[in-house]
Design a protein around this ligand. Structure first.
Ligand SMILES: [Ca+2]
Length: 450
């Protein structure tokens, strides 16, 4: 494993001058001569490591529970990639997924489903969602495509449902017409009770597991009245729930024998998990949980486990007050795999499950709102080896990500943009310069060729 750390100013300056010389600006060439000219793609073990990407002061002086739980070394993608804006006409997009035929389904928080068609055009809004509470963080939230979509045409949505006593996170299924223009048979299949009068912390990511069951995150509703509900099993606040497409508790749910709401619960002790993804190798669920001030977490979420909120956390209240006297560890409560302080506000996440960009294979990508970038995490087993920030020069609040069918990544932003991030195939540089060096220098000099 190679580690490259540059600390010497003269060397840096000479490298920058070399990088910026006209003969090494990457020309886009025609495809004919690519094969013999393309340098060898580095093997995944040849990472370029840097100092940690976070350089701002932490909000707290909490000590991590283990080495590598926060501020690990940085890493830079060596493979040339590009990002393009496919549209900037979305209205507060929140969730995105990909149909088996390649179209993108995108929810808009104010209550519409949009479809990006194969010709690049955006569909008319598809409406008709019931009783949405679109105030604050509420609205039409996530969408997931059924693994049997070709047969059942089913999409699953999460939404914040307006009720007599306030609102709650709900799960709905509906069938998409074959011409992709309308939804039918809209059915609410789950309500994360109780209702509460708050417009925040709805959680609301949804993914299918390898058995076809739904895993859904719910939030703590951002109130001191409801926060403690994350630690008890008789309610739907601050949980991961696992249900069938009919809304029944999934078989083998860990608390199914306890009856009541506990039957639906898969894991608990979470604050506001807005990213969920299944590890492509282990099939385990991972999630990104939005912490308070600092304390944003990456969790490996296992059946029956307690993730600690609000009993333990690496964050503080927004005014700096300690939560539970600043307790960060407790027996019987799970530690985050990784945490961020200061907050990046992690949202949607994916595992990159393609070999198109080999060094990204099985890496985690997380959209960040406050961070205004996309995080890439290289894993070593179930721990984080290195962290990278992508698209930070775009200045967007990244809300959700999806993997495309050709190894590309799609990203939506609160500002209404849809990005496509993909391998740059016809990229060449001068013979003396490697891709790794070029990427490193672009990182160092804040030049973006995307
Ligand atoms: Ca936790």
């Amino acid at each position: 494993m190679k580690s490259l750390r540059l600390k010497s100013l003269p060397l840096i300056m000479s490298l920058i001058l070399f990088a910026c010389a006209p003969n090494v600006i990457p020309p886009i060439d025609n495809d004919d001569e690519l094969d013999e000219e393309l340098p060898e793609v580095p093997s995944p073990i040849e990472y370029i490591f840097t100092d940690p990407v976070e350089t701002n002061r932490a909000n707290t002086n909490f000590l991590p529970a283990f080495e590598g739980q926060t501020r690990v070394q940085g890493v830079i993608t060596s493979t040339p990639y590009t990002s393009t804006i496919l549209t900037n006409q979305l209205n507060e997009p929140w969730g995105i997924d990909v149909l088996p035929s390649g179209e993108l389904v995108i929810t808009e928080k104010t209550g519409q489903l949009r479809i990006l068609k194969l010709d690049g055009s955006l569909s008319e809004p598809i409406r008709g969602f019931p009783s949405l509470n679109t105030t604050g963080q509420g609205g039409l939230l996530d969408v997931a495509v059924s693994p049997n979509f070709i047969e059942d045409r089913m999409l699953v949505f999460t939404l914040s449902l307006r009720t007599q006593n306030g609102s709650l996170s709900a799960v709905m299924k509906a069938q998409l017409s074959s011409d992709l223009s309308s939804l039918s048979n809209m059915t609410i299949i789950h309500q994360a009770t109780p209702s509460f009068s708050s417009n925040a912390h709805f959680g609301s990511r949804v993914v299918f597991d390898h058995n076809g069951a739904l895993l859904i995150s719910t939030g703590d509703r951002q109130s001191l009245q409801t926060r403690g509900n994350a630690q008890t099993l008789n309610n739907g606040h601050g949980k991961i729930i696992r249900i069938t497409l009919d809304g029944d508790p999934a078989p083998n749910n860990p608390f199914i024998d306890q009856g009541g709401y506990a039957r639906y619960i898969y894991a608990y002790g979470l604050r506001n998990t807005q990213g969920l993804a299944i590890h492509p190798q282990t099939q385990e669920l991972w999630g990104s949980d939005m912490g308070p001030r600092g304390g944003d977490e990456l969790n490996r979420i296992l059946s029956s486990k307690n993730y600690g909120w609000p009993f333990i956390t690496y964050g503080t209240e927004y005014n700096g007050t300690l939560i539970n006297q600043g307790k960060t560890q407790n027996d019987g409560m799970e530690q985050p795999v990784y945490y961020w302080d200061p907050a990046v506000a992690p949202s949607g996440m994916i595992f990159y499950h393609s070999d198109v960009i080999k060094e990204w294979e099985n890496n985690i990508f997380i959209a960040t709102l406050r961070g205004n970038h996309i995080i890439r995490l290289v894993l070593k087993g179930n721990t984080v080896l290195a962290e990278e920030r992508l698209l930070s020069s775009e200045g967007q609040r990244f809300r959700d990500l999806a993997m495309g069918l050709q190894g590309e990544i799609y990203a939506i932003t609160d500002e209404g943009r849809l990005y496509k991030i993909s391998k740059l195939n016809n990229f060449k540089v001068g013979k003396k310069m490697s891709f790794q060096l070029f990427n490193f220098l672009c990182f160092f000099t804040n030049i973006s060729y995307t």
